[in-house]
Write a protein that binds this ligand. Sequence first.
Ligand SMILES: Nc1ccn([C@H]2C[C@H](O)[C@@H](COP(=O)(O)OP(=O)(O)OP(=O)(O)O)O2)c(=O)n1
Length: 127
Amino acid sequence: MAGVSEEENVTLKLLKQKMHDFTQERDWERFHSPRNLLLALVGEVGELSEIFQWKGEVPRGLGDWAKEEKVHLGEELSDVLLYLVRLSDICGVDLGQAALHKIRLNAVKYPVNTNNSDTNASSSSSE
Ligand SMILES: Nc1ccn([C@H]2C[C@H](O)[C@@H](COP(=O)(O)OP(=O)(O)OP(=O)(O)O)O2)c(=O)n1
């Protein structure tokens, strides 16, 4: 990473390494079992959901949200991402490669439709 700003180059690999280091430095490896990480991940998804709870539909970009609310949202999204990255690592799954593979599968399952307006998951999955 020499000479390159870390902030400009956030990769899954970097996050994986940082979570690994964070855990080792605290001797928390024993807590980071697959099951514990999955439960932690689900808990953070719950915290993320709370931010949107009872608000009704919100506009894309969240233009009318207070800065603090957006900061909070970023924190909860990050908790979900970090536990997901860590869970994948502990399970021996290359998350980046798995996600690319899944995108390719999705494209085959949901081909670009020239009649575009009725293309969605529910219409395709019922075929
Ligand atoms: N055993 C742990 C505990 C925490 N973390 C890291 C991953 C998450 O990014 C964050 C979660 O920390 P908290 O459990 O304190 O959760 P919050 O940050 O959401 O705090 P709170 O639940 O008080 O809102 O810390 C971790 O890797 N392993």
